[in-house]
Design a binder for this molecule. Structure first.
Ligand code: UFG
Length: 326
């Protein structure tokens, strides 16, 4: 397949590029490098500096590439994704996340590209009604980030229906870890996610960390999440792209593990290797108590299940952070 990866210099996009290349596909990356880094792009992928919110940018690149050979699939990873930031900057989030998708779809339509793989999020479920989220559960985002992803999902569905295109929408749960080559990983300033924050504290990059609340209705009072290794998640994109090309049908699936771990369990896992200096603090606004995915649909339609467990996720994040420390 020839695959266009928009946002392929970011954390998840770059891992998807690595998995596509390992599986033997031709990859073209478009990224505006606002948060991504050029050195995260696999050396065998072709790179274009381009912005999804500038239609002319995208048209030019598509023209150049599709004249040689049209894309079989376009993948979208070019979203802003920080929940508290989305509350502060709703206009920027809607513009980048939803308008970006609209422009991408419009250019795909003009160039007659039929298949799109889209990164969505568990945040579309909001505060879930059930212990384990299924794709048919009601969606009810509780922050602008989740709303922009749900709006994009709907836009994609309507456009694909109208123009005879196919979509593969993935709702990600909590993604962490790094590629086993350690060439790529989550390498940004001011990280906020629990796995890198805990590992950074363990390695002495931070003095201490705060556990945001221990009075939730969960096994130990701290929030429970479904953790998934970024390489497992990235490989699902290869399967999703193949599904679209081979079946000419759309799908929407969760990418999670069917299992939940509490914040204290994450800390305990890291403490198998290093001491973690933490304190219990106040609840963080907008945190649901539990978010766990049913991954039965991904298994049934794509034959996908995660190959790596929490211990693998933690070990790979530790190794990556040690590598980039110096
Ligand atoms: N947490 C702490 N201390 C920290 C950081 C996080 O206690 O320093 C807690 C949070 O309060 C939460 C849990 O760890 O209970 C996980 O928090 P993250 O910030 O790591 O991740 P979120 O669950 O908030 O969100 C992530 C993605 C979303 C996605 C969601 C799906 O950022 O885009 O997973 O489950 F929707």
């Amino acid at each position: 397949m020839k695959v266009c990866v928009i946002g392929g210099a970011g954390y998840i996009g770059s891992h998807a590029v690595y998995e596509l290349i390992r599986d033997g596909h031709e990859v073209v990356v478009i990224d505006n490098l606002s948060t991504g880094k050029k050195e995260m792009v696999h050396k065998d992928a072709k790179f274009y500096l381009g912005d999804i919110t500038i239609a002319e940018n995208l048209k030019e690149i598509f023209k150049q590439e599709c004249e040689i050979k049209p894309f079989d699939v376009v993948m979208h990873f070019a979203a802003k994704l920080i929940v508290p930031e989305s509350v502060e900057q709703p206009l920027e989030y809607y513009y980048n996340n939803v308008e970006g998708v609209r422009i991408m779809l419009s250019v795909m339509k003009d160039f007659n590209i039929k298949n799109v793989v889209f990164s969505s999020t568990a945040a579309v479920y909001g505060e879930p009604e059930k212990e384990i989220c299924e794709e048919t559960d009601r969606t009810n985002p509780i922050n602008p980030y989740g709303e922009t992803k749900l709006a994009s999902e709907k836009l994609i569905k309507w456009v694909c229906e109208r123009y005879n295109m196919n979509y593969c929408i993935f709702r990600y749960f909590n993604v962490a870890g790094a590629d086993e080559s350690l060439e790529i990983g989550l390498n940004k300033d001011n990280l906020t996610h629990i796995v890198p924050v805990t590992v950074q504290t363990a390695l002495g990059i931070r003095d201490k960390m705060i556990v945001f609340g221990n009075d939730y209705d969960t096994k130990d009072g701290t929030c429970v999440r479904d953790y998934i290794h970024v390489s497992d998640l990235a490989y699902a994109h290869v399967l999703g792209a193949k599904y679209l090309v081979n079946n000419n049908k759309s799908l929407l699936v969760n990418l999670g593990s069917n299992e939940g771990y509490s914040v204290l369990e994450i800390i305990k896992e890291v403490e198998k290797y290093y001491k973690v200096n933490y304190e219990i603090g106040e609840r963080r606004a907008g945190d649901p108590a539990k978010l766990i995915a049913s991954n039965n649909k991904a298994k049934e339609l794509l034959g996908w299940t995660p190959k790596r467990n929490l211990s693998d996720i933690i070990k790979s994040d530790i190794n990556y952070r040690i590598k980039i420390k110096d």
